[in-house]
Unconditional design. Structure first.
Length: 47
């Protein structure tokens, strides 16, 4: 990969991580809801 592509990936990952962290601090129940939704979806796929 080119250096510019790697920098772009690193910045996008860092920004996403910061946004998720802020969301977690502001509304801690939202990540839990997302996890439970993902588990329900996965359980329906397995069955």
């Amino acid at each position: 990969m080119r250096r510019r592509t790697l920098k772009l990936l690193a910045w996008s990952y860092a920004i996403k991580t910061v946004l998720v962290g802020i969301l977690w601090l502001v509304a801690p129940e939202i990540p839990q809801q997302a996890i439970s939704h993902a588990r329900r979806a996965w359980a329906s796929v397995i069955e």
